[in-house]
Design a protein around this ligand. Structure first.
Ligand code: UDP
Length: 242
C-alpha cells in the first residue's frame, strides 16, 4: 500500500480542521488497513515536521520547533502525529513502514492557483503582474524538481529502512532571489510587490540529505535552471490552453 496525504492547497484551506483530521485520523485508518492486509506502508511526511527550525540545515534527528496552536499547526501536528503512529505500527504491529519527509517540490502539473510560491510567481510573471513577495523575502526555501523526488521515493519504498528520511534539494535560496530568478528566466517586465508575511512562516528551510545519500544512494540530479525552465514551459502552455 502506498499512502500519500497531498499537501492541502489552496493556502486558505491549509488552516482548517479537515487538514488535521485527514492527516491524523486518515493515517490511523490507513495504517489499520495495512495491518489487516499485512501491506507495506509509506508515509509521505513533510519538512513541516521541523516547523520554524532552530537547527539549520535540518537533519532527521532534529525534533523541530512547531507552534501547535498556530495556523500551520493543523498541518504540522497532523504530520507529526502521523509519523508517531507510523513508527508505533512498525514497532508494535511489525508493519513494514517507511517515512519520507518531503521538502519544497516543484515541476510541471502543479495547479496554477494552488497558492504555493512556485505557481504564484510563475503565473504572475507570465501575466506581467507584480510578483507578491511575502515579508521582506529573506526567508529561504530549497526547491527539489519532481522527478528527483519520485526517484527518491522509489528508492526508499524498495529499501528496508524504517526511520524518517529527508528528500529534497539542498540548493537553498531566499524568496527574493527566487522572485528575481523567475523575472530573469521568463523575461517578464513584472515588478515585485511586498505583502505581509503569513503567521509562523518558517524563516529557513534546507534539507540535510546525508541520510538519503548513505542509505539510498540518492541525491537530486536536476539543476534549478533546468527544472524551472521545464516548469515555466508547462505553465506557459497551460495558460495558453486556458
Ligand atoms: N510566498 C511568497 N509569495 C507568494 C506565495 C508564497 O512570498 O505568493 C512565500 C511564503 O511566505 C513562504 C515561501 O514563499 O515563505 C514558500 O511558500 P509555499 O507556500 O510555496 O511553501 P511553504 O511555506 O510550505 O514552504
Amino acid at each position: 500500500m502506498f499512502f500519500i496525504l497531498p499537501r492541502p492547497r489552496v493556502r486558505s484551506t491549509i488552516l482548517n480542521c479537515p487538514t488535521l483530521k485527514v492527516g491524523a485520523l486518515g493515517t490511523h485508518n490507513a495504517l489499520g488497513l495495512a495491518k489487516a492486509k499485512r501491506a507495506s506502508f509509506i508515509l509521505a511526511s513533510t519538512s513541516e515536521a521541523y516547523g520554524d527550525p532552530l537547527v539549520h540545515p535540518q537533519k532527521e534527528d532534529y525534533w523541530g520547533n512547531v507552534n501547535p496552536i498556530g495556523p500551520r499547526g493543523v498541518y504540522d501536528e497532523a504530520k507529526r502525529f502521523a509519523e508517531a503512529m507510523t513508527m508505533a505500527y512498525h514497532r508494535y504491529h511489525k508493519i513494514d513502514t517507511k517515512i519520507l519527509r518531503i521538502f519544497n517540490t516543484y515541476g510541471p502539473r502543479m495547479r496554477l492557483q494552488d497558492g504555493r510560491v512556485v505557481p504564484a510567481f510563475i503565473s504572475q510573471a507570465l501575466a506581467g503582474r507584480p510578483l507578491t513577495v511575502f515579508g521582506n523575502g529573506s526567508q529561504t526555501r530549497s526547491f527539489c524538481y519532481v522527478s528527483d523526488l519520485i526517484d527518491g521515493i522509489f528508492k526508499l519504498a524498495t529499501s528496508d529502512f524504517h526511520e524518517p528520511v529527508n528528500l529534497g534539494n539542498p540548493r537553498e535560496m531566499t524568496i527574493k532571489q527566487f522572485a528575481d530568478e523567475i523575472i530573469r528566466i521568463t523575461g517578464t517586465k513584472s515588478t515585485i510587490e511586498y505583502k505581509p508575511l503569513p503567521e509562523d512562516d518558517p524563516k529557513v528551510r534546507q534539507p540535510d540529505i546525508s541520510r538519503a545519500k548513505k542509505i539510498l544512494g540518492w541525491e537530486p540530479r536536476v539543476s534549478f535552471e533546468e527544472g524551472i525552465t521545464q516548469t515555466i514551459k508547462y505553465f506557459r502552455e497551460s495558460l495558453k490552453s486556458d
